[in-house]
Design a protein around this ligand. Structure first.
Ligand code: NAG
Ligand code: NAG
Ligand code: NAG
Length: 374
């Protein structure tokens, strides 16, 4: 429901005074350029979907999105701003989602102070994530967003994966919170915070994540940075698994100034057994680890169907991997560092200031480049 429609009246009067254009034409042009539309309540999603290309600013104020509906903000006009206010809720249905989808050029998506998108994921959580049980909706598709930004969005209790970033070009995500802490004890699973594929120029700054899968997973893409992140409870900051998809190149990635706490892994790079592709020029710098239960740093070229095979293959070489000042502690039952490369498939690595302690030393590392060590 449109509860507010503010026209750029001064602009309208000014334009009408200067040009002798028919008033109706001028008014509709200016409305499109400068109208703020506010949508709220149970009918807000349907109205916003219907009117999205008539508004330069879309305010979603306490919208209750019906079950099985995507809050579909794809194909927005160039330069549109979307502002979430209050609590956005979503009805319950077993389906794959997404709950929200946004695409366009020069788009700004913002969360107002105190706003949050409440997935109420407990309705779906069954400990199985995407591996079975209930079909769970993914949360937020940021697909085909060009020269755009997503700012200050707070996501609470996602049913499963949160941000899917695909086909993006120059997209900045700043001040994002993913708070799935309730999922720790209640069956939250595969709640990846940021999954990136086929994108060029994705810059994620200062995200605060508490979830039950990767804090970041990059499957393909280039020119990607992830800085100042706080990652708690999940599987760590990951590249991969790379290989076996339509796009299998990861290049020019910087992960810097992050903390990874109470997670399965710290730093992880995994490539797919028997596949082809490449991982080039990835830097992990200034990363603090604590409470890691499996691996502090893990690089392996043996993944198949989501699990390690123990046999690395060389089709997805990992070159130019810089690991600098990655430090901290892992649990005593964990492994400090594990590197499993195929012969000749890991090269040009620069590791310095790496200090991961508290766990076991792996006896299974293979083909470890000279500047690294297990
Ligand atoms: C490596 O990637 C970074 C961005 O993460 C970029 O600034 C740098 O130029 C790249 N270096 C090479 C040798 O490609
Ligand atoms: C990676 O960065 C280098 C150096 O800036 C650049 O030459 C190369 O094209 C980049 N790779 C990709 C895939 O963008
Ligand atoms: C990482 O932290 C250092 C030290 O605080 C700071 O100088 C640097 O600019 C930070 N890097 C990024 C990419 O924010």
């Amino acid at each position: 429901m449109v509860v507010g429609l503010k026209l750029g009246l001064i602009g309208l009067l000014g334009a009408a005074a200067v040009h002798a254009a028919p008033a109706a034409t001028r008014a509709s042009e200016i409305e499109q350029r400068s109208s703020t539309c506010t949508f709220s309540g149970a009918k807000g999603a349907a109205s916003a979907i219907k009117s999205k290309t008539s508004c330069s600013t879309i305010v979603l104020s306490s919208v209750a999105v019906p079950a099985g509906t995507t809050l579909d903000l794809t194909g927005l006009n160039k330069g549109t701003t979307v502002i979430f206010e209050g609590e956005t809720t979503f009805g319950y249905k077993e389906w794959s989602g997404p709950l929200v989808s946004v695409s366009g050029t020069d788009i700004t998506v913002q969360g107002a102070s105190g706003a949050y998108l409440n997935g109420d994921g407990a309705r779906w959580w069954d400990g199985k994530g995407t591996n079975g049980g209930k079909t769970k909706p993914k949360f937020f598709y940021a697909h085909k967003l060009i020269n755009s930004k997503i700012e200050d969005i707070y996501i609470k209790n996602s049913p499963v994966q949160v941000f899917s970033i695909n086909g993006a070009n120059d997209l900045t995500l700043s001040g994002i919170t993913v708070n799935n802490a309730d999922g720790d004890a209640n069956g939250g699973h595969n709640t990846d915070a940021f999954d990136i594929g086929s994108s060029t120029g994705v810059y994620i700054t200062s995200p605060n994540v508490h979830n039950q899968d990767d804090c970041l997973a990059i499957n393909s893409g280039s020119d990607i940075s992830f800085t100042g992140a706080t990652c708690t409870g999940g599987h760590g900051i990951s590249i991969g698994s790379v290989g076996g998809r339509s796009d299998n190149t990861v290049e020019n990635v910087t992960i810097e100034n992050c903390s990874i706490t109470d997670s399965a892994n710290g730093v992880r790079v995994k490539t797919v057994y028997g596949a082809t592709g490449s991982v080039k020029n990835v830097t992990y710098k200034n990363i603090a680890l604590s409470g890691i239960s499996d691996y502090g740093i893990v690089v392996e070229q043996d993944y198949k169907n989501g699990s390690p095979t123990g046999t690395p293959t060389s089709g997805v070489p990992i070159t130019g991997l810089t690991v600098s000042n990655v430090h901290g502690t892992v649990d005593s039952s964990a492994t400090d560092i594990y590197v499993l490369c195929a012969s000749g498939a890991c090269s040009d690595w620069t590791w310095s200031g790496v200090s991961v302690k508290g766990g076991k030393t792996s006896s299974k590392c293979k083909n470890v480049p000279s500047s690294a060590s297990c």
